[in-house]
Design a protein around this ligand. Structure first.
Ligand code: ATP
Length: 228
C-alpha cells in the first residue's frame, strides 16, 4: 500500500562551499494495510525526514515513494491550529481543507467531537488548551477526512494512553485492517502498545525493518551495548 525507496548520501556533503546533509540513504521498505509502523532511531537518524518524504513534502534525490490511498499528517511542525477559534471551528476548517462537504461534516461532527474527548473545551478558543488537548484536536483534524494512510510524529505523544486506546478502538487507525499508520517517536511505551512493524534508522541508513518486537529487541540491545 505504501512503499519507499530513496538513494542519497547519508552524510555531510559540501556543494559550492556550503554544507548539506544527505539525510537518507538506501531506504527500501514496504507497508501494507493493517500496519502500524514505528520509525525509531537516534536523534538525527532520519525519522522526520523519512516521514516527510512519505508525505510528499520532500522529494528523494533518487528513488521513489509510492503511496496508494489518501495521506493525512499530524506533524508538530505543521499542527496549525487557529488559537482564536474553538476546537469545533478548527475541525470545521480542517474538514473544508480535506474536501469534506458541509452535509457530511454535519453528520460526522458529533462523532469527531466525541472522539476528541475534550468535553466543554471543544467550544472555547484553542488558545486555552494544554499541549495534550491540542494534540487530541490535531489528531481528530488529521483523520476527519478519513485518510487511508496516517503519518504522525512526536506531536501525538503528549496525548495520554487512554486517548490513544480510544482512537484505536473507535477509528480505522493505529492498526485498523484497511489503513496504514506510521509513527515517528522516541516514546516507545506508546509504540509498544500500538505498533506491529518497525523501521530502525541509523545515520540515515535502514538498520532494521520488520516485525516490531524483533526489530525493537535488536534496537534496544544495540542501545544497551552503546551502539545506538
Ligand atoms: N531542514 C533541514 N535542512 C537540512 N538538514 C536537515 C533539516 N532537518 C533535518 N536535517 C538533517 O537531516 C538529518 C536527519 O534529521 P531528522 O530530523 O530526519 O532526524 P530525526 O531522526 O527525526 O531526529 P530527532 O530524533 O532528533 O527528531 C540530520 O542530520 C539533520 O541534521
Amino acid at each position: 500500500m505504501l512503499s519507499g525507496s530513496a538513494q542519497t548520501g547519508g552524510r555531510i556533503i559540501t556543494i559550492d562551499g556550503a554544507p548539506y546533509v544527505a539525510a537518507l540513504q538506501s531506504i527500501d521498505c514496504r507497508f501494507g494495510k493493517g500496519d502500524c509502523v514505528a520509525l525509531v532511531g537516534h536523534n538525527g537518524s532520519g525519522k522526520t525526514t523519512l516521514l516527510r518524504t512519505l508525505a510528499g513534502i520532500y522529494q528523494p534525490v533518487t528513488g521513489r515513494v509510492t503511496a496508494r490511498g489518501r495521506i493525512s499528517t499530524m506533524f508538530s511542525s505543521t499542527l496549525s491550529l487557529s488559537d482564536m477559534e474553538t476546537g469545533r471551528q478548527n475541525i470545521g476548517v480542517s474538514a473544508v481543507l480535506h474536501g469534506i462537504s458541509p452535509e457530511r461534516l454535519a453528520e460526522s461532527m458529533g462523532d469527531i467531537v466525541d472522539l476528541c474527548g475534550l468535553g466543554d473545551f471543544i467550544d472555547i478558543p484553542v488558545a486555552l488548551y494544554s499541549d495534550g488537548m491540542r494534540a487530541r484536536l490535531g489528531l481528530a483534524m488529521a483523520i476527519v477526512g478519513d485518510p487511508d494512510i496516517l503519518l504522525v510524529d512526536e506531536a501525538m505523544t503528549t496525548t495520554d494512553a487512554r486517548f490513544l486506546a480510544s482512537i484505536r478502538a473507535r477509528t480505522r487507525y493505529f492498526g485498523g485492517a484497511e489503513t496504514v499508520t506510521v509513527i515517528a517517536t522516541h516514546s516507545h511505551d506508546i509504540t509498544d502498545t500500538l505498533c506491529n512493524r518497525a523501521v530502525w534508522l541509523e545515520h540515515g541508513h535502514l538498520k532494521g525493518f520488520g516485525d516490531y518486537d524483533v526489530i525493537m529487541q535488536q534496537y534496544r540491545d544495540s542501545r544497551d551495548a552503546g551502539d545506538g
